[in-house]
Write a protein that binds this ligand. Structure first.
Ligand SMILES: Cc1ncc(COP(=O)(O)O)c(C=O)c1O
Length: 401
């Protein structure tokens, strides 16, 4: 017998990634997480949907859900994608996932090996970037402008890769309310992305995570996945995390049939949470329009509050575009500000944001940060932006106006 604990590294086969993020309640001014704040959760309606679901469908909890997810949930999602995004998919062409993050992970597990190339916007959702890196991918960022990915630069990047004998596994793009830049890719560029993918025989991964958070825009361009000829080339995922909350863990994926089949065969988790799926789909079936209207009204107010507070406290020292949808602002500060280096002090002051470097495949954007306006209420947003500004002035990073 020995009291010595084993060296666990001998059992663990993967390197440490730094770990998952913990709960977020400890930040007074939480501009870090992109999700509806607790005050925006439809708790009464969810409770009622849960009661109905359990009483009417609860007997199904005796079983594992079907591998692709419950059929009625997939039929509901297929109907919504048709009505809302003009995307025709049959329920059998959908795979329910544990949030869209699982969709991303399943795609990586099945398509990407160390050294493979993924082409993407010059800044992208830090969770995707971290997952791509963990998969050992070479992530190539393509320059963007106020309309999203520049497809002339995409063409160049693909040509350069071809010159190096590299064919990317896919072009990963968040064309609508891009995370973090908030841009909306125009229709002609969406067609370019598909055309270039076809020309270079690579796939497109369209991440439509924020597509429901339309703040000042009624009509958004059609999904890349719905363009003529796209079915054979585009993997598409979306989520209910942003409409309801990420705690429900419901996302979905559609992909060319052979890819979907392979991915499904490797989703070995016993399917998606049956209870959550039946409750949330029931809730959304009953409240879709009202929920989106109410949520987007609140988000619009929060976005405007944050923009006004940034103007008030930073003036020209903070630059950002007002996004027409989504849940965050991408904010640039003067060169001297290193948002990564400042993070610890910001957290100590109660402010959480995500430093720009976390979105950058090239480890740039050091003077940028993403500020989510979805979680904190307007009062906390006003206060928190003031706290952040005072910190930057105190640190001597901004000239006093
Ligand atoms: C662009 C994008 N994709 C995917 C996700 C993952 O969301 P979830 O797994 O909760 O559906 C996020 C979350 O912030 C995101 O911003």
């Amino acid at each position: 017998m020995t009291n010595k604990s084993p060296d666990y590294e001998q059992f663990l086969v993967r390197p440490n990634t730094g770990g998952a993020q913990g709960p977020r309640e400890d930040y007074r001014y939480n501009f870090g997480t992109v999700l509806p704040g607790p005050d925006l959760l439809p708790l009464e309606e969810l409770a009622e949907a849960a009661r109905q679901a359990v009483l009417q469908q609860g007997h199904l909890l005796s079983f594992y859900p079907p591998p692709q997810g419950p059929e009625d949930a997939r039929a509901f999602i297929a109907r919504k994608m048709q009505e809302d995004r003009g995307l025709t998919v049959a329920p059998e062409e959908l795979l329910l996932t544990n949030g869209s993050m699982e969709a991303i992970r399943l795609v990586l597990d099945n398509l990407v090996q160390p050294g493979d190339v993924i082409v993407t916007e010059q800044y992208l959702y830090q969770g995707s970037l971290a997952a791509f890196r963990r998969a050992g991918a070479e992530v190539v960022g393509v320059e963007t402008d106020d309309q999203g990915m520049r497809t002339d630069r995409l063409a160049q990047a693909l040509d350069e890769l071809r010159g190096r004998g590299k064919k990317p596994k896919f072009i990963y793009t968040i064309p609508t309310f891009q995370n973090p830049e908030g841009t909306v890719l125009p229709p002609e560029r969406r067609r370019d992305v598909l055309r270039l993918a076809q020309e270079h025989e690579t796939l497109v991964y369209e991440d439509d995570c924020y597509v429901h958070e339309r703040l000042d825009i009624e009509e958004i361009p059609a999904t890349i996945a719905s363009l003529p000829g796209a079915q054979e080339w585009v993997i598409y995922s979306a989520t209910f995390s942003k409409i309801v909350g990420p705690g429900i863990r419901i996302g979905w994926l559609t992909a060319p049939a052979p890819v979907l089949q392979r991915i499904t065969s490797w989703k070995l988790s016993g399917g998606n949470n049956y209870l959550s799926t039946m409750v949330v789909c029931r809730y959304l079936e009953q409240h879709w329009d009202g929920r989106l209207k109410e949520l987007n009204r609140a988000l619009r107010q929060r976005r405007n509050t944050m923009a006004a507070a940034l103007d008030e406290h930073f003036g020209p020292q903070a630059s950002f575009r007002l996004p027409v949808g989504g849940m965050f602002l991408w904010v640039g500060f003067p060169e001297a500000v290193d948002t990564g280096a400042l993070q610890e002090k910001a957290v100590a002051a109660g402010v959480r944001y995500v430093p720009g470097i976390q979105f950058s495949p090239a480890n740039g954007a050091r003077n940028y940060c993403r500020l989510a306006f979805s979680y904190a209420d307007p009062g906390a947003i006003r206060e928190g932006i003031g706290v952040l500004a005072r910190l930057l002035y105190r640190e001597g990073l901004l000239p006093r106006g």
